[in-house]
Design a protein around this ligand. Structure first.
Ligand code: PEP
Length: 250
């Protein structure tokens, strides 16, 4: 089977001001060097998206994405942003169902499913996040939780070119903790099996990203695990040096 080309996606979360353009420009400047290894995507806060997309215009080595969207295309939803608006601003992908959205905004799998369809309606790629909490892990429920989240969050019509799964154990996000490579291998193999059962050949080619405390010092080891097709990176994606070093580890 052909190797799936890795994607290193940076999630800036609620970080970044106009002054962060310098960091983004450093990422752009270094992107060509890692293009042999991986695709790069930076998801800044929505306020910076259009500006960054403008800077990245014409660059194939680095794309810009968003961190969330509303399920509807327009309307009376104060403060929300539609996938169509993010596409218009220059996004090529949108993260949906991040555990911080699920926790802070009570987003259910059904809502995540609707948002993923909204991402497609706008012609973009959906990055759907799933992952167990520490409590669920301790109770031995990890695989059941993941099966439920994937069954409900991934819409029919998911393909390798419109959907990316990000496995992000909640207890590993921003904590410096990571699962063992053996755990990552078993869980990604489980996810791959579910994707193939439901989406056949498309499921075999879909990217499955690992996320949770990925940094330059552990990236190469994690990216070498079977069925790990890249990373979703939070904290370490804010610095160009770290972000590019992670991509070089692919
Ligand atoms: C994330 O929130 O997607 C994430 C992986 O965060 P961090 O890399 O900071 O753990």
């Amino acid at each position: 089977t052909d190797r799936i080309r890795p994607l290193i996606a940076g999630n800036w979360k609620m970080n970044g001001l106009k002054a962060s353009a310098a960091e983004f420009e450093a990422m752009l400047a270094g992107a060509a060097e890692v293009t042999a290894k991986a695709d790069l995507l930076v998801c800044p806060p929505a306020t910076l998206l259009a500006g960054f997309a403008e800077k990245a215009r014409g660059t194939k080595a680095l794309a810009v994405g968003a961190q969330d969207c509303h399920a509807k295309a327009s309307g009376a939803h104060t403060g929300d942003i539609a996938a169509e608006m993010l596409a218009d601003a220059g996004a090529s992908a949108i993260i949906v169902g991040h555990s911080e959205r699920r926790a802070d905004h009570g987003e259910s799998d059904i809502v995540v499913h609707q948002k993923a369809e909204a991402v497609w309606r706008a012609g973009l790629v959906a990055i759907v996040c799933v992952g167990e909490t520490q409590q669920q892990r301790d109770a031995g429920q990890t695989l059941d939780i993941l099966r439920g989240q994937l069954n409900l969050s991934l819409p029919q019509g998911s393909r390798a070119d419109n959907l990316i799964v990000a496995y992000e154990p909640v207890w590993a996000i921003g904590t410096g903790l990571t699962p063992t490579t053996r755990d990552v291998e078993q869980i990604h193999a489980f996810i791959r099996q579910l994707l193939i059962e439901r989406f056949n050949g498309e499921g075999a080619r879909m990217r499955i990203l690992y996320g949770g405390s990925v940094k330059p010092s552990n990236a190469a080891e994690l990216m070498a695990v079977a069925n790990v097709n890249g990373a979703l990176v939070g904290g370490a994606s804010l610095k160009a040096g770290d972000f590019l070093a992670i991509a070089k580890g692919c």
